[in-house]
Design a protein around this ligand. Structure first.
Ligand code: HEC
Ligand code: HEC
Length: 214
């Protein structure tokens, strides 16, 4: 007697229950997979993702998930890290290729993004006041506080290691990064560095960025 009535709710409840538990399991396993994959990043980016200056690997902990994914995809496609003069990019590119699937790419990005942002230590000494004037050009995309802007695909600069910013701006200026038409954002950044006349201007703008709160 009760059987036909019970079946009307047992099945939907079972399906819902399975869907919910599957969902929770999914999130947990993505986090576990992300942590597992991160072990391959540790030799260069460090155990906390704080970066290692001696191998030119920047801090990646706490970066926006979307930016990590954007850059990993560029390394995978070869849009970034395939210029023979870009030693650091050439080291990174095969690492992105070692990620077996887009799910793995997302899992490791999510994990790296969840790590606390590393402390920064000043290694360069530019003129932050002169740099502030130079930074006016950058605001449109990177934000007044260097917070970045996903809609412009422009990453956060505040809190990024100064040596990496200096090295990267030099690469943009020389075209070591920003000559590959497959990477329109880098090509655009290459043209932006025309506003930075020389190494001193690069040091100055970075000294100013270092005053911005991450
Ligand atoms: C063999 C050393 C090495 C390993 C291992 C490595 N990286 Fe890198 N990575 C680098 C270097 C060097 C750079 C800097 C490239 C440059 O200067 O353009 C970099 C850059 C990056 C960037 C770009 C950062 C930015 O600000 O644009 C991301 C994101 C990144 N790595 C993520 C990872 C992840 C995730 C892993 C692990 C799956 C990993 N890396 C493994 C050396 C490495
Ligand atoms: C029109 C928008 C725009 C302007 C203006 C601009 N940028 Fe960018 N910038 C970008 C985008 C987009 C990227 C991401 C490139 C990529 O995907 O690899 C970027 C990347 C960078 C990076 C590399 C970050 C990393 O982690 O590798 C640095 C450093 C940088 N910009 C500094 C500057 C500075 C300094 C200025 C001002 C002189 C400036 N940008 C002006 C859009 C802009």
């Amino acid at each position: 007697m009760t059987r036909p009535r019970a079946s009307s709710w047992i099945l939907p409840t079972l399906v819902l229950g399975l869907a919910l538990s599957g969902c929770q399991l999914g999130t947990a396993s993505v986090a576990i997979r992300g942590k597992e994959l991160f072990q391959t990043c540790v030799p260069c980016h460090g155990p906390a993702g704080a970066g290692r200056h001696e191998v030119g690997a920047p801090g990646i902990a706490g970066m926006s998930d979307w930016y990590i994914q954007q850059e990993l995809r560029k390394f995978v496609s070869g849009a970034r890290g395939t210029n023979f003069d870009d030693l650091e990019g050439m080291h990174m590119q095969p690492m992105a290729l070692s990620l077996a699937s887009d799910d793995d790419l997302k899992a490791v990005s999510q994990y790296v993004s969840s790590l606390p942002q590393p402390r920064r230590i000043a290694t360069i000494h530019g003129d932050a006041q002169a740099g502030q004037a130079l930074y006016a050009t950058c605001i449109a995309c990177h934000g007044v506080n260097g917070q970045g802007n996903e809609a412009m695909k422009a990453p956060r600069l505040a809190g990024v290691k100064d040596w990496y910013l200096v090295g990267t701006l030099k690469k943009f200026k020389s075209g070591v990064r920003g000559s590959n038409p497959a990477d329109p954002e880098d090509v655009m950044m290459h043209s932006m560095t025309a506003t930075l006349a020389d190494d001193k201007a690069i040091q100055d703008v970075v000294a100013y960025i270092e005053t911005l709160k991450p």
